[in-house]
Design a protein around this ligand. Structure first.
Ligand code: GNR
Ligand code: NI
Length: 181
């Protein structure tokens, strides 16, 4: 179990286009394990490999949605962990309809902005055993997957907002870092 340090802006590695995984070997599986540990430790719902400094097309996601809707709901229940790994994920198609979600990013700590994206997407990827999958995604999973695939291409959620909003957000981040230092 390894929790890895998370790369934050303005680290230039976050702007790299990551390379596809050629062989799913023990090293890739260890990366997936470490990324999953890191995502949970940072209380994120997703993580791309470049956020731990590895320029490969690997993503982990766990929306940590409580699977307890119903009469047996226990307010104190731990969220059910259901980590998913996506190797070489690709968007096959997106819906015309869009949605807005207040996004955050572990590489841009504690800053949030509304981002408009296609509401649904169809995604293909390989799992850690090399099996290919295809799935229609919507809701938060669709948003998160698009956010993570952006990371694989060197794109951050702040690239999707107006310059005015981006400048304000970056100023707030600089201020927060200054007062933390
Ligand atoms: O933890 C995260 N929350 C989140 C909220 C809305 C849209 C996307 C995300 S992903 C983010 C973790 C992260 O930075 N992944 O790259
Ligand atoms: Ni992110």
């Amino acid at each position: 179990m390894s929790v890895l340090p998370i790369v934050e802006i303005p680290d230039p590695r976050l702007r790299l286009v990551c390379a596809p995984v050629e062989t799913i070997d023990a090293q890739v599986r260890q990366l997936v394990t470490d990324m999953t540990d890191t995502m949970y430790a940072a209380h994120g719902i997703g993580l791309a490999a470049i956020q731990v400094g590895v320029a490969q097309r690997v993503v982990v996601i766990d929306l940590q949605e409580r699977a307890d809707e119903g009469e047996e709901a226990d307010e104190k229940a731990e969220p059910v962990r259901n980590p998913r790994a996506f190797i070489n994920p690709e968007i096959l198609s997106v819906s015309e309809e869009t949605s807005r979600y207040s996004e955050g990013c572990l590489s841009i700590p504690e800053q949030y902005a509304d981002v408009e994206r296609p509401m649904r997407c169809r995604v293909t990827w390989l799992d850690v055993d090399g099996a290919r999958h295809e799935e229609d995604m919507d809701g938060l999973l669709s948003t998160c997957m698009q956010h993570e695939i952006d990371h694989l291409n060197g794109v951050l959620f702040i690239d999707h907002i107006t310059r005015l909003k981006r400048d304000m957000l970056l100023k707030k981040l600089a201020k927060a870092r200054k007062s933390a230092a």
